[in-house]
Structure formats: C-alpha cells, structure tokens
Design a protein around this ligand. Structure first.
Ligand SMILES: [Zn+2]
Length: 205
C-alpha cells in the first residue's frame, strides 16, 4: 500500500504533493514518489493564474507520470478572503489535469459542497478529470455524490480518529478509500492500523 497524499517523501512511496510552484523541483526529484504539481489554496494569493497555467502544462508534459496538486478550496475563516482567487486557480489546475489525463488532489476544508458543485458542472461539460479528495471528512451522503463522479478519497490519522469515523468511512467502497499521512510520515503505521480496524476489508500490503 502506498501513501495517497503526502508532502514529505516516505519509504512507503506514493503521491508527493507540492504546495507552491517553488516546490515543484523538489517534488519532481524525490525518488520513489509520484510527483504532484500544483498550488495549494493557502498560497493562492501569491500565484499568477496565467503563469500557473503555462508552467503546469509544461511540467505535466515533461513528467508523464506526474499528478496535479495540491489544489482545491479552503473556506475556513483564515483563508475565505482569497476564495475568488482560489476558484480561478482551481479551474486552471482541474483543466490541466483533464487535458493531460492526470489525477487531481483536492483540499476542501469547509468547502466540500462547493467543490461538489464545481465537479458536477465539469462533469456536465465533459471536462472532469479524475479527482482525489484528501483528508476527507464529509458525511457518507456527500461521499456518495462524489463517488458518482468517480472520486477517490484519502484519510489520515486525524480523520480516522474522529468519533464519526465509522459512519463516514465504513461504507465507502474499498477501491475508493486510501491512507494518507499529509505532513506526518511518522503516522504511517498507526494510520494503516486504524484503517484496518474501521475497515476489515482493508488489506495492508
Ligand atoms: Zn496536503
């Protein structure tokens, strides 16, 4: 089993996500990891949308195994002020992921419902890439709507330790729910153990 969303390379391999464009070189060079190029919604204010579109196209063409991310929306109090810019950058990154046929890693703090609207709209227009919802903590009803769009989910120790973890994660199909460590590679073993506890069908390999 590999790590489905991390910012720190680990021995178990997996998707290594960047947070700004300055991060892409480091991510591309990390051994044994799948690089993900993107700009995190927390860093939206400092990014230029046109430059991002141009650079992302180039880097995805140069790295055919790379994914897109971390992108998404963050509507928490700290970041809500930059939501208009976050939306623009999200569309740039979803568009690139669609054209290059890559998986896009999405962050959705307090913004899952709006993300669902955006993804549904793209599905109607025929421009929806494959998406991974990272640190997924929405209800099972919301998960079903995202599952209809082909989404996969990754969860870490924080999500799996939540009192509602059982009802949130027990019914997501096994081939759509994966472990992540985000910024905490030291949590890997405990994350797998907890996932196996909630999901007896989860195979640790
Ligand atoms: Zn992340």
């Amino acid at each position: 089993m590999q790590d489905y969303h991390t910012h720190v390379p680990g021995s178990h391999g997996g998707y290594l996500c960047s947070v700004t464009r300055a991060d892409w070189q480091r991510v591309a060079k990390a051994e044994g990891m799948i690089p993900c190029f993107g700009v995190h919604p927390w860093h939206a204010a400092a990014e230029d949308a046109a430059e991002l579109a141009f650079e992302l196209d180039e880097w995805l063409a140069r790295y055919p195994n790379a994914a897109v991310g971390e992108t998404g929306l963050d509507a928490t109090a700290t970041h809500a002020a930059t939501l208009p810019k976050q939306r623009t950058l999200l569309h740039v990154q979803l568009g690139a992921a669609f054209r290059h046929e890559r998986l896009a890693h999405l962050h959705g703090a307090h913004a899952w419902a709006e993300l669902l609207d955006i993804l549904r709209q793209r599905a109607r227009n025929g421009t929806l890439p494959r998406v991974l919802l990272h640190a997924w903590n929405g209800s099972h009803e919301l998960a079903r709507s995202f599952l209809d769009l082909g989404a996969i989910f990754s969860v870490g120790l924080r999500e799996l330790s939540h009192p509602r973890a059982q009802e949130r994660y027990a019914r997501i199909p096994a081939d759509r729910l994966f472990p992540e460590t985000d910024d905490h590679p030291e949590n890997w073993d405990r994350t797998l153990a907890l996932l196996a506890l909630i999901r007896p069908d989860f195979i640790r390999k």
